[in-house]
Design a protein around this ligand. Structure first.
Ligand SMILES: [Fe+2]
Ligand SMILES: [Fe+2]
Length: 359
């Protein structure tokens, strides 16, 4: 999963009804459910940088919160029993197992196994980012890390729950959770350059989970992966063409990183093809358009609250977002039964929402 998240529907507390995914990250800590928590520690974090292993680290400072709002990235849970039925090859004859086996081989190849290796440039670049841009950078890393980690939790649990019913699909989910753990971990190491870290174990326990029925998980997650792909590749290409805005090396990793998101999206596309009942009637058309609308609006409102970040790397926030929306919409039209009309009138309405959101 990637930085863009759907956030329109209110979360529930999963402890009452649904199993909670487990996390391999960190230990659990006492919680304050309405906030993210960024914890401070004087322990050095694991890093591949040789210089950071020898130099004494500054003590990490305490930072307590981003307030959780309708627009913050969420964690998801679903009806795992229904998922098991949907992926049971005896019940569902539409499952194209050879396509899933081909996808599984792609995931096993693990193209980015050695991609996420840090170097001393990260800390040096972070130290040079000052003032309001520093704060907005930290927020970007926190939000992106949370969104990636959200994907990790959901995919890990799906990998676990589908093991008996459909081992091939289950293994793909597990390998996708591997990718998302890598992405979240890399962003969290980025936070350590700013002397912070997200306590992901604490988040796993403390945050509320939004429940989506499987068909909504498919629409929302497909969109999240594809919009994530377009966001990462657009930032990467922009900074390659305009290296004077390359203020922090994490963006150099986006080219390979976004290919992970693209593969994740393609897997969801294959999953939806195997569930034609979610694609072939008037209700599916309405839901498809609703999810496009929700995802695009959430991203636009979020980004327009953080223009300093996009301007800090030389982008016009609204132009960037419209490019991402148009490209995501075009990609999505290949699988969704309907998408939005994103001609200029749509942008005028988005801008109107930005104004209302400000007042
Ligand atoms: Fe990801
Ligand atoms: Fe992903």
């Amino acid at each position: 999963m990637a930085a863009a998240e759907l956030s329109i529907i209110k979360p529930i507390n999963p402890t009452t009804k649904f199993g909670r995914p487990t996390s391999k990250f960190n230990t659990l800590r006492p919680h304050s459910p309405s906030h993210f928590r960024v914890f401070a520690t004087s322990q050095p974090t694991t890093t591949t940088t040789s210089s950071s292993a020898t130099k004494p680290r500054p003590k990490k400072s305490v930072k307590t919160a981003i307030k959780e709002t309708l627009l913050t990235p969420r964690f998801y849970t679903t009806d795992f029993d229904e998922m098991e039925r949907l992926f049971n090859t005896e019940i569902n004859k539409n499952l194209n197992q050879s396509e899933f086996e081909a996808l599984l081989n792609e995931f096993k190849t693990d193209y980015n196994q050695t991609h996420f290796v840090r170097n001393p440039e990260f800390k040096e670049a972070a130290d040079k980012i000052e003032g309001p841009l520093r704060q907005i950078f930290v927020e970007f890393l926190e939000r992106s890390c949370t969104a990636e980690f959200s994907g990790f939790l959901l995919y890990k649990e799906l990998g676990r729950r589908l093991k008996k019913t459909n081992p091939v699909v289950a293994e793909i989910f597990s390998l996708m959770s591997r990718d998302e753990a890598r992405h979240a971990g890399f962003l969290n190491k980025g936070l350590s350059d700013f002397n912070l870290a997200l306590d992901l174990g604490f988040l796993t326990k403390a945050r509320k989970y939004t429940f989506f029925k499987p068909k909504f998980i498919f629409y929302a997650t497909y969109l999240s992966e594809k919009i994530g792909y377009w966001r990462y590749i657009t930032i990467y290409r922009h900074l390659k063409a305009n290296p004077q805005f390359q203020v922090y090396p994490i963006f150099k990793y986006f080219e390979n990183w976004c290919q992970d998101e693209n593969r994740h999206g393609d897997f969801f596309s294959a999953l939806m093809k195997a569930q034609p009942q979610f694609l072939n009637d008037w209700k599916a058309k309405l839901w498809a358009r609703f999810f496009c609308l929700s995802v695009y609006v959430t991203m636009y409102l979020n980004d327009c609250q953080r223009t300093a970040f996009y301007e800090g790397i030389g982008l016009s926030t609204k132009e960037f977002d419209m490019h991402v929306i148009i490209e995501t919409n075009r990609t999505t039209a290949r699988i969704f039964p309907a998408v939005l009309d994103v001609r200029p009138e749509f942008k005028r309405k988005l801008d109107r929402m930005v104004e209302i959101n400000r007042s």
